[in-house]
Design a protein around this ligand. Structure first.
Ligand SMILES: Nc1ncnc2c1ncn2[C@@H]1O[C@H](COP(=O)(O)OP(=O)(O)OP(=O)(O)O)[C@@H](O)[C@H]1O
Ligand SMILES: [Mg+2]
Length: 365
């Protein structure tokens, strides 16, 4: 049977030395002390100490040895006693050792079972985490497919700018008197647009990649701006405008860039979809950030859409719950597992105006 320590982490050698010393002490006092005491009962403590570091078989052997020592001690030290009191004491001590051993072995067996259950629970937990990550990746790829038009637009913008600046640069050079300053300026613009396009491709590839979670300090305000850039076309398609009210400067949290971006995209797309049937008021997607109690970053994504009916509110984060004909119902459920994986929380709070407001709270780095 597997060894499970009942007292948690400890030094086995020290514990066994202590148990041995106690057993020797009891044996010497019992055999040669000529005291009419039931000191042999202390063998029970020897058994308990041994059980904390030995397997059940080892514990059993120690118990047998203690009973043997009790009998030998009785034979050496108390056989000449006139009364039966010595025999009675030895018998009680043996019973006490047997009872302690039985109880200890039972506890040991329970501890082994418990340890096995904890291990199984950990394995299940890890498998669940892996499945959640795979699901998050699958929905991210689906989401990228849905945002294909926005992505293509985002990538083609700097590419078009590179062509325009390249042509302008060539024109400056082909003049009778080439204007080198203007040409340099045009080529610098080309370079910066090329950098921008490779940065956009890098970000999109990161979203599509199946990668391990990487926690690092991140500026959540920067991620919001990046996400809205990516969704620019989507926002326009829904006839909406974006309003941002972000804390001045950077707002640093510890997190995985791709995962947090996925949360923001899910919330923003939900907001845009909720506004597509609104005609009597402006379609506004509002993003706020603020710091609460100096230790929590609060990000709110608010829309002026259809709002959330009370009977729907309690099921928003349930996997596969959707009210949309083409929805999968996984967006918010994934948002919740990502945010909770970051030590934060997500909730649907009452919006100040008509529409919906989803709020994320993350610990500040
Ligand atoms: N901003 C919002 N306004 C109104 N209802 C919302 C809003 N966000 C979410 N909901 C409701 O919550 C439901 C679940 O949203 P969730 O993002 O999890 O799934 P979905 O958008 O239906 O599908 P998908 O998996 O494609 O995201 C939606 O179907 C919708 O009814
Ligand atoms: Mg959604």
């Amino acid at each position: 049977m597997e060894r499970v320590s009942l007292l948690g982490k400890q030094n086995p050698t020290l514990t066994l030395t202590l148990a041995g010393a106690l057993a020797l002490f009891v044996f010497l006092v019992d055999s040669f002390g000529h005291y009419a005491t039931a000191i042999m009962v202390l063998y029970s403590i020897v058994v308990m100490l041994a059980a904390t570091v030995l397997s059940s078989r080892g514990t059993l052997l120690v118990a047998v040895a203690c009973i043997g020592a009790t009998v030998i001690g009785h034979l050496i030290g108390h056989l000449d006693e006139e009364t039966f009191s010595s025999l009675a004491r030895a018998t009680i001590a043996c019973f006490s050792i047997v009872a302690t051993t039985a109880l200890t072995l039972r506890i040991q067996a329970d501890s082994v079972r418990l340890a096995q259950q904890v291990r199984e629970l950990n394995r299940t937990h890890e498998a669940l985490n892996r499945s959640t990550a795979e699901l998050a990746h699958a929905t991210r790829v689906t989401m990228l497919g849905e945002l294909a038009a926005s992505i293509a637009h985002e990538v083609s913008q700097p590419l078009a700018a590179i062509t325009t600046h390249g042509e302008a640069g060539l024109r400056w050079l082909r003049r009778e008197t080439p204007n080198l300053d203007e040409a340099c300026h045009a080529f610098e613009s080309m370079t910066s647009n090329a950098r921008r396009s490779s940065e956009i491709i890098r970000r999109i590839r990161a979203l599509a990649r199946k990668s391990e979670t990487v926690f690092a300090p991140l500026d959540i305000n920067g991620i919001i701006v990046e996400t809205i850039d990516l969704l620019d076309r989507e926002v326009k398609k829904h006839g909406a405008v974006v309003k941002m009210d972000l804390t001045p400067g950077e707002l640093t949290v510890t997190g995985d860039r791709v995962q947090l971006q996925q949360v923001l995209i899910n919330l923003a797309v939900n907001g845009l979809q909720a506004m597509s049937s609104i005609h009597d008021r402006p379609r506004e997607l509002r993003l706020h950030t603020r710091v609460e109690e100096g230790r929590r970053a609060v990000v709110a994504v608010e829309d002026s859409g259809i709002g959330i009916a009370p009977e729907v509110a309690s099921r928003l984060f349930v996997a596969f719950f959707t009210t949309k004909a083409e929805g999968m119902g996984m967006g918010l459920s994934i948002c919740r597992s990502i945010v909770e994986g970051h030590g934060g929380s997500i909730s649907c709070v009452s919006p100040p105006q008509r529409g919906a407001r989803m709020q994320i709270e993350l610990p500040i780095a």
